[in-house]
Design a protein. Structure first.
Length: 67
């Protein structure tokens, strides 16, 4: 079994998200995010600033951590 790192998993997810959201939305909200870690049943995504974290929390209902 090959174990992928959080950054590798997140890069794959970003590739799919790029196909599903508009280019401006992807650039604004997702392009500078990074996969930080997998732990238990959680996946931690780092965001570049509080503004992005607040928007993604509001629209996705999850807790995010600023990197």
């Amino acid at each position: 079994m090959i174990t992928r790192t959080a950054p590798e998993i997140w890069e794959a997810a970003l590739g799919q998200l790029q196909l599903e959201v508009s280019k401006p939305n992807f650039r604004t909200w997702l392009s500078k995010t990074i996969g930080m870690e997998r732990r238990d049943n959680r996946f931690v995504v780092g965001v570049p600033n509080t503004f992005v974290a607040e928007y993604l929390e509001k629209t996705n209902g999850r807790s995010l951590r600023k990197r």
